[in-house]
Design a protein around this ligand. Structure first.
Ligand SMILES: C[S@@+](CC[C@H](N)C(=O)[O-])C[C@H]1O[C@@H](n2cnc3c(N)ncnc32)[C@H](O)[C@@H]1O
Length: 275
């Protein structure tokens, strides 16, 4: 699968190999979401993790639903017309451009991921409205300069951007300056831009989540770093956190508002505005 033709409209290398012997996050996430773009190794690891933490499927779906509600809010009430979605994942229902262009057909979206299988399938992400624009960049979140230069082909960095980092900064270790990386991305965006971020949590009451992540770190790639809600809050420093703050992403403005709070998931999320 590594010799698919490179596309002239996609930045990046088509040379990376798809490793079918080790479970990979984009594919296992796709498995938990009910997709078919995964291999036996992903399904085996996915089932093992589900046995350790049965809520994992709900957590993946809650994250996607959070994407839908947050991007709907930004494109609708806030009027954001540009999105930079890093750690996009394999195409599934309700991709960022579909959500944004449903509200604003002229919305412009740049997707970034470093997974070779996501690159293979990215063509499916490039079909949007004729009024809007979509691009895909094959790059690593750590390569901030590369991402910003490539995204500037499609996005106007003098106008507000929705920076979407869902389930991806978990793959930056504490020794890789994760906060600095997010800060550098935000520094390139003007006031009125928003950060949407979700993150796997750890906490005293979550032994099965910790065990599931430990299993992942032994059997899958890339390595995942859980953080406490306090350490997740540090990604939002200097920004105006919108209500309800940093919460299980299932509880971020559920729509319609339920009588009782939706079940807690081990993925926290928040949206904040750059002042
Ligand atoms: C758990 S999935 C989340 C997908 C999607 N954002 C969502 O929330 O449904 C993580 C995605 O981040 C990508 N990813 C992981 N580390 C990355 C990195 N350093 N740079 C770019 N993408 C990365 C993976 O390839 C995968 O597609």
């Amino acid at each position: 699968m590594s010799d698919f033709p490179p596309w002239p409209d996609v930045v990046g290398s088509a040379e990376k190999k798809i490793d079918v012997d080790v479970a990979h996050t984009a594919r296992i996430w796709n498995y938990w979401l009910g997709g078919r773009d995964n291999y036996p190794v992903d399904r085996r690891a996915g089932d093992e993790i589900r046995a350790i933490h049965p809520g994992i499927g709900d957590y993946a779906q809650a994250d996607r639903d959070f994407l839908d509600r947050s991007v709907t809010y930004l494109a609708g009430e806030v009027g954001i017309r540009q999105f930079l979605d890093i750690g996009t994942g394999l195409p599934t229902a309700g991709n960022t451009h579909e959500v944004a262009q449903r509200i604003a057909p002229d919305a412009r979206v740049v997707y970034v991921d470093n997974d070779p299988l996501v690159l293979v399938h990215a063509r499916a992400l490039l079909r949007g409205t004729s009024e809007g624009a979509i691009d895909y960049v094959d790059a690593d979140l750590r390569d901030v300069d590369t991402i910003l230069a490539a995204a500037a082909r499609t996005l106007d960095f003098t106008r507000p951007v929705g920076l979407v980092l869902l389930g991806v900064v978990i793959f930056l270790g504490d020794d890789e300056d994760p906060y600095g990386i997010v800060r550098r991305l935000l520094d390139a965006l003007p006031a009125g831009s928003h950060l949407v971020l979700s993150h796997t949590v750890t906490g005293p009451a979550m032994p099965d989540v910790d065990a599931a992540v430990a299993y992942w770190n032994q059997h899958g790639t890339p390595h995942l770093t859980q953080r406490t809600p306090d350490r997740i809050a540090a990604f939002f420093e200097g920004l105006d956190l919108l209500d309800p703050g940093i919460v299980p992403c299932s509880r971020w403005r559920p729509n319609p508002p339920p009588r009782t709070p939706p079940a807690e998931v081990a993925m926290y999320g928040a949206v904040a505005r750059k002042p």
